[in-house]
Write a protein of this length. Structure first.
Length: 358
């Protein structure tokens, strides 16, 4: 019974940690859909080329969104015609290189580590994006098309089947009207796109990711990393295995990384934790698999793992000690707003999952 209780607490804590970011990310995605020009995504991010990956990476740098807020934003980019590589580059660069994450990283580790983390995350994002676009060329199995093709570019609207909602040039639906009569900003369209279209697509993946994350939080030994710091590459591998499935926000993971460094874990292993975790948590991996398929997921996580280890080893080879703040607080207390956000998220999940079954 104690294990079940601990699992339930971990499950709720994970939801509390991410729910408010998910809801904010959904709203930001809805706002972006309203504000971006109708041909922005298809013109800049839709092609399977190197430039679209660069643009997606740069687009993700200034956005102050976390590892879960980026999920609905990436889903929005995919729906609006962005290439597979561009979307995954955006998924990697955005959580790590946001303004809030950069400043928080500096507060613990200083400018050298901060710049190193930003530069290497951009490099990894570009590499993943280019590789994804290469394997998608000539592949019959392109990224999974959304059930409702509601891209910003009217030319992306495909001829509907009998199982899909009908869209045509004379339709009067809210989504279609946003394509033809986008003369003013509409909050109704923002919330409809955010909480109906986008969240409906990721609800099941989010629930699966929460469940897996809670399993790892409950049954994984927390002292495992610090006891194996004598073997660098073994430590890197253990950090990868631990960090990848767990939900660790790019900002909230920093006090954990500082604690690991203070306890004697090599700085390279701390880098691996801070680099791989935010871009590859179980929720993100579940969504990537749902959006692009198993082959893309394997390439996504393996590329991040390999280059995180390479850059971590390079850091250990050049810098063995960093000055960090000795006093910091890691709070796991959640307020009323977090519980309200989690309740809203679970209600939406239940609604869309039950709706698909009916």
């Amino acid at each position: 019974m104690d294990i079940i209780k601990e699992f339930f607490i971990n499950f709720i804590n994970l939801a509390n940690a991410m729910s408010i970011y998910i809801l904010i990310g959904l709203i930001i995605a809805g706002v972006l859909k309203e504000l971006l020009p109708s041909d922005f995504i298809s013109k800049h991010l839709g092609k399977n080329n190197f430039l679209s990956v660069i643009k997606a990476t740069i687009l993700g740098i200034p956005m102050p969104v976390c590892s879960c807020s980026v999920i609905p934003l990436a889903k929005s980019l995919q729906k609006e015609g962005a290439s597979r590589g561009a979307v995954q580059s955006f998924l990697i660069s955005t959580p790590i290189t946001g303004v809030d994450s950069i400043l928080a990283t500096y507060s613990f580790f200083g400018w050298f580590f901060t710049l190193y983390r930003v530069i290497t995350s951009v490099i990894m994002a570009i590499i993943v994006g280019v590789l994804q676009n290469i394997i998608s060329k000539g592949s019959k199995d392109e990224e999974k098309k959304p059930k409702f093709n509601i891209g910003l570019n009217p030319t992306l609207i495909q001829k509907p089947s009998s199982q899909n909602i009908t869209f045509n040039n004379s339709c009067n639906s809210g989504c279609c009207s946003s394509q033809t009569e986008k003369n003013s900003f509409s909050l109704k369209r923002v919330f409809n796109y955010a909480f109906n279209t986008l969240f409906g697509d990721i609800a099941k993946s989010l629930l699966i990711g929460l469940f897996i994350g809670a399993l790892f939080s409950t049954f994984l030994p927390k002292e495992l990393i610090s006891t194996l710091s004598s073997n660098l590459f073994l430590t890197y591998l253990i950090v990868i295995v631990i960090a990848m499935p767990l939900y660790v926000c790019a900002t909230s993971s920093l006090p954990i990384g500082a604690s690991l460094l203070a306890s004697g874990v090599p700085i390279g292993a701390v880098f691996v934790f801070l680099s791989a975790g935010p871009a590859t948590n179980s929720i993100t991996m579940s969504v990537v698999k749902d959006m692009f398929g198993k082959k893309s997921l394997i390439l996504y996580i393996s590329t991040i793992a390999i280059f995180s280890i390479i850059f971590g080893y390079a850091l250990d080879s050049t810098l063995s000690d960093l000055n960090i703040q000795e006093n910091f607080n890691v709070s796991e207390d959640y307020g009323v707003i977090n519980y309200i956000a989690s309740a809203i998220m679970f209600i939406l999940m239940a609604y869309f999952i039950l709706k698909k079954k009916s």
